[in-house]
Design a protein around this ligand. Structure first.
Ligand SMILES: [Mn+2]
Length: 338
């Protein structure tokens, strides 16, 4: 990482600070892993740090060491508000736009703390005084490792820090297979195992803790899959009724979208999930190769993310949304078939 950035953060951490660390809404493995790893690191060096999440995170992450310290803003708003108001430093991890933190947004906009952004998404906005933004990175966890290295702190990486970072890199790279996985990613992961990350445990805790109802929901999703060979595209729908039938819990649909890409010849996969409570259709998009789902989601579904993984939303009904989606494909036919 850039020397200037690590110097600036080093200077900041040379004084005792009141630190708040914030992941994006609906935190995933990378968001929880990176914030928790940084929390361990800062606390171990004697800083006063707290992780505040905009809302809850999936059960398959609730084994990470000290995750119970994370304050859920939806449950402890008053405590969170006080911590944010009094913070001298706020780290925002795994997002780059204050619109990604839901109800926390107004609190952060008013906060007087020095902001530090660590993130690998495209088109960062400029709310942070110190910005470590790099879209070539596999994950924010890899960036936190780089930061620790930049602070000369590799020998302070405990097994707790190592497992948090390992888990975030593992989930954000689809277990080290996405295009963002570099030789450097593997070097970092190797170091983390050396530092005590139990890699087998991370895989089994995240991927091998299915419930029967989740597998049945996956069955339903796969049955609903529509394959549009002409456009090298496959999409899945899940209605609120289907989610209710299979006792949907937060995180249950994680990874479902990727199944479309496992089909031979399919390079664009999408899942549309109805959320009656919020009155929206949540959309996840994945691609293989050069087709940018970041651009696609930005252009049509009020979202964005990375070239090969992005998210978006629609306020139309589920049926109208998939109709609209299908109507867009002909204009992308050449790109999808190249
Ligand atoms: Mn990430």
């Amino acid at each position: 990482m850039n020397l200037e950035i690590s110097k600036a953060i080093n200077t900041l951490l040379g004084e005792p600070q009141r630190i708040v660390i914030i992941p994006h809404k609906n935190p995933d493995g990378d968001a929880v892993g990176s914030t928790l790893a940084l929390w361990h690191y800062l606390n171990d060096m004697g800083q006063d740090a707290t992780v505040i999440a905009p809302n809850d995170y999936p059960k398959f992450l609730k084994w990470l060491p000290k995750n119970e310290q994370i304050i859920n803003f939806e449950k402890e708003a008053a405590t969170a508000k006080e911590l944010i108001t009094n913070a001298t430093v706020i780290f925002t991890l795994d997002f780059n736009h204050l619109g990604r933190i839901g109800q926390l947004q107004p609190l952060l906009e008013e906060a007087s703390a020095t902001f530090v952004m660590i993130d690998h998404h495209q088109e960062p906005s400029d709310y942070a005084k110190i910005m470590y933004s790099d879209v070539s990175m596999s994950s924010t966890c890899e960036m936190v490792y780089n930061l620790i290295e930049g602070l000369n702190g590799i020998n302070r990486i405990t097994p707790e820090i190592a497992i948090c970072l390992y888990t975030g890199i593992m989930t954000d790279t689809g277990s080290f297979k996405f295009a963002s996985t570099t030789s450097r990613t593997h070097i970092v992961v190797a170091k983390l195992i050396e530092k005590g990350a139990n890699n087998t445990k991370a895989h089994s805790k995240v991927y091998d803790t299915n419930t029967p109802s989740r597998l049945h929901l996956l069955g339903c999703a796969l049955k609903n899959m529509v394959i549009l060979e002409e456009f090298c595209t496959a999409y899945i729908t899940l209605s609120q009724e289907e989610l209710d039938n299979y006792d949907f819990k937060k995180g249950d649909t994680e990874g479902f979208v990727n199944y479309g890409l496992t089909l031979d010849g399919i390079i664009f996969a999408v899942i549309f999930i109805e959320n009656k409570e919020e009155g929206i259709i949540k959309i996840s998009l994945r691609s293989e190769g050069d087709f940018s789902v970041n651009e696609f989601a930005r252009a049509h579904f009020n979202g964005g993310g990375h070239n090969n993984a992005s998210g978006g939303r629609s306020e139309l009904s589920l049926e109208e949304t998939t109709e609209y989606f299908t109507s867009l494909l002909p204009s992308y036919k050449d790109q999808l078939n190249s």
